[in-house]
Design a protein around this ligand. Structure first.
Ligand code: TPP
Ligand code: SF4
Ligand code: MG
Length: 249
């Protein structure tokens, strides 16, 4: 494997991520997949919304689009319709993609647009200081749920599968090499490919819920996704042929 720093905009360093943030592990996984060389670099477009997760696309030295909060999938759909030969990859967060942008997510899935969507789930709005995300576990504390969240959380994978996505997978920052494989599978699939990535925000979610620092959270995450009966299922959860084939011109 080559030095992945070649894909980064060094002039934008240092980056904004806090020490121990899970998002850097997810970015590194995406860069390893890009480094496999299966897609010409000048055909890749990365699209992000707003959030620490979405911000990561700006650090990659490829064609990148930093859009508005929750609207990354709409920009990405437009790019794909105008230039079907491009490989369009959206990086979003649970706030960006499931909160404010949730409506766009279900409709992109329903249309089965040929996009890859990587949704980083850290159960919080990290960038704005730790409000509860739609994936926050019942009982978890945040600035908006100081007494513990009362509402049930979304299962993003079940949601997009029900809405019509033809590739649905889940990966985790605590198992980064397995994450590479589901991201590569998503990019290879035509049709709407969705990967939920379990990530961690030690700065807010971890601190408000007394979960320790980054390594402690990674260890806890790992214990939930491994073993014969894992609490959270990883891997490809749903795959079928795409509803529409968009032909490259
Ligand atoms: C229209 C609009 N509303 C609210 C905001 C403030 N805002 C910026 S990022 C964010 C949440 C991001 O959360 P998530 O997508 O989960 O990203 P994370 O930082 O957790 O990776 C919010 C509410 C905004 N930028 N624009
Ligand atoms: S606030 Fe949370 S999500 Fe954002 S960079 Fe820091 S640890 Fe990561
Ligand atoms: Mg988040």
């Amino acid at each position: 494997m080559s030095d992945l720093r070649q894909y980064l905009r060094q002039d934008l360093m240092p980056h904004i991520l806090c020490p121990g943030c899970g998002h850097g592990i997810a970015l590194r996984s995406l860069l390893r997949v890009i480094d496999r060389g299966t897609i010409p670099l000048d055909r890749i477009v990365l699209v992000g919304g707003i959030g620490c997760s979405s911000r990561m696309v700006g650090y990659v030295d490829l064609r990148t689009v930093h859009t508005t909060h929750g609207r990354a999938l709409t920009f990405a759909t437009g790019i794909k319709l105008a230039r079907p030969e491009l490989e369009v990859i959206v990086v979003t967060g649970d706030g960006d993609g499931l909160g404010i942008g949730g409506n766009h997510l279900i409709h992109a899935a329903r249309r089965d647009v040929d996009l890859t969507c990587l949704l980083l789930n850290n159960a919080t709005y990290g960038m704005t200081g730790g409000q509860a995300a739609p994936t926050a576990a019942p009982g978890s504390r945040s600035t908006t749920t100081p007494g513990g969240a009362r509402e049930p959380s979304f299962d993003a994978c079940r949601l997009v599968e029900a809405a019509g996505a033809s590739y649905v997978a889940r990966g985790a920052t605590s198992l980064p090499l397995a994450l590479d494989d589901v991201i590569a599978g998503a990019i290879a699939h035509s049709g709407f490919s969705f990967v939920e990535i379990l990530s961690d925000c030690p700065e807010f979610y971890g601190r408000y819920n007394a979960l320790g620092r980054g390594p402690d959270m990674l260890q806890a995450q790992r214990s939930r996704v491994i073993g014969p009966r894992p609490e959270i299922q990883l891997g490809v959860l749903h795959q079928r042929p795409p509803a529409l084939e968009v032909q490259a011109t």
